[in-house]
Design a protein around this ligand. Structure first.
Ligand SMILES: Cc1cc2nc3c(=O)[nH]c(=O)nc-3n(C[C@H](O)[C@H](O)[C@H](O)COP(=O)(O)OP(=O)(O)OC[C@H]3O[C@@H](n4cnc5c(N)ncnc54)[C@H](O)[C@@H]3O)c2cc1C
Length: 405
């Protein structure tokens, strides 16, 4: 059986738009796909092969007006978490690396906005809207993915803080214009000593190291060292200690949503490539396309159902986050669904990219689009909070004991 390419063929079911994109966001999604196709895709393979930071792609995203999407419209954003998700999901079809750098940047910008004061916003946001990159330097080798329990410290000295910190993974390391560092202020009586400092790229005492990884190879997500870095008082976001609530209310919600969108997009991109390949390839002996085999069609169906289940969680959660912010409620209210969302999205991207490779046959295994989706998507489950940690929090919640000790 050869499979016809025309979607308009009589009897072909049309997939409702609202099922794949939240209502009212179709135009944004189309714009994002246009940008992905014309800009992100252009640099994607080279970024992967040469571990090159996708600077041009990130500039193109900022130039399109998406440098600070989660901020209110009056501050240069789109004021919507659904918009953030739609963009990240769409971009991920074209380049996992630039999407992930942009997601971490967006989380950093939102943290600066939420925890910073007016002077700090006025200082950094114009640059962000013009294409400056922000990054989050949280995880440390000593405590791994438990980035809320860092061991580094920044005590007070004359004009500010003396920061010493080892960071294990920082997306946009050595490439960002500024970093938000999560560290401890040792001199507080507060049991929560967590403090956020903005460190600018040209401050003395910063080094970064290469990122040699199986996927997301353009990310520059390598380690960083901050040695006796003098950070002025005016670069502290919020209080001297007591900043853990920002992890729950801002940072976790933003990057759990953003990274999940990226995994859904990578999974869909891989499946689309597999569908195309299965439709095109025809075996001369049987006269059948690969898509003509029922077992293959079932595999495609199973993969799509997995993606759509994650996408349903994604847009339902993003909508609830929009509702929280409209009504002045805290985003921590959405943490439980976000844990489920991230775990599921990071699980299904592994499953679906494997299915896509299998359906694509040997061509899928050869260096190129499909195997790259598989390598990029594999990062999801190990990125913090890791899937093991999240399942533990979900499980503890189910048996009604505190999720966090
Ligand atoms: C591509 C990429 C980009 C990243 N970008 C950034 C960034 O921009 N900023 C940043 O701060 N960090 C970043 N990270 C770090 C990330 O958030 C995690 O901290 C990191 O991936 C966890 O790795 P680890 O080796 O430190 O793991 P560990 O925490 O040592 O975990 C090792 C294993 O133990 C399991 N484990 C750990 N703790 C528990 C527990 N309590 N219960 C059960 N199992 C547990 C883990 O699930 C994992 O399987 C990035 C990581 C990657 C891979």
């Amino acid at each position: 059986m050869a499979v016809n390419n025309t979607a308009e063929m009589e009897g072909v079911m049309e997939i409702p738009r609202w099922w794949t994109c939240p209502r009212g966001f179709d135009e944004l999604r189309e714009n994002a796909h246009r940008l992905g196709e014309s800009e992100l895709l252009k640099h994607s393979a080279v970024a992967d092969q040469k571990s090159l930071y996708p600077r041009e792609s990130l500039k193109a995203i900022a130039d399109a007006g998406y440098g600070a999407v989660t901020l209110p419209i009056e501050d240069g954003g789109l004021g919507s978490y659904r918009a953030f998700s739609v963009l990240a999901e769409s971009f991920a079809h074209y380049c996992g690396s630039s999407t992930m750098c942009w997601v971490m940047h967006t989380a950093a910008v939102h943290t600066l906005y939420a925890a910073g004061n007016k002077q700090q916003r006025d200082r950094f946001l114009p640059g962000v809207l013009a294409g400056d990159i922000g990054a989050l330097a949280f995880s440390e080798p000593a405590t791994g993915g438990h980035f809320w329990n860092v061991v580094s410290e920044a005590p007070r000295e004359q004009d500010g803080y003396l920061l010493n910190a080892d960071k294990s993974f920082v997306t946009s390391a050595g490439e960002a214009d500024w970093y938000i560092l999560c560290t401890n202020f040792p001199d507080t009586l507060n049991s929560d000593k967590l403090m956020f400092l903005v460190v600018e790229k040209d401050q003395y005492g910063i080094s970064h190291f290469p990122f040699n990884a199986m996927g997301l190879r353009g990310n520059s997500s390598g380690p960083m060292k901050f040695e006796d870095v003098k950070v002025p008082f005016e670069n502290r976001l919020g209080e001297e200690g007591g900043m853990n609530e920002f992890n729950d209310n801002v940072i976790d919600p933003l990057f759990l949503l953003g990274t999940s969108s990226c995994w859904v997009g990578i999974a869909q991109g891989a499946l689309n490539a597999a569908i195309e390949s299965a439709k095109k390839k025809v075996h001369a002996d049987t006269g059948s396309s690969v898509a003509g085999y029922q077992v293959i069609r079932h595999e495609l169906a199973k993969a799509q159902i997995s993606i759509d289940s994650a996408r349903s969680l994604l847009y339902r959660t993003a909508e609830s986050m929009d509702e929280c912010s409209r009504n002045g409620r805290e985003l921590a209210e959405c943490l439980y669904p976000l844990w489920q969302l991230k775990t599921h999205a990071a699980d299904i991207v592994i499953q679906v990219t494997n299915q896509a490779l299998q359906v694509s046959g040997g061509k899928g295994y050869i260096t190129g689009q499909v195997e790259k989706f598989l390598r990029d998507g594999r990062a999801g489950a190990v990125m913090g909070p890791t899937n093991e940690v999240l399942r533990e929090w979900i499980g503890r919640t189910l048996i009604e004991v505190p999720w966090f000790e």
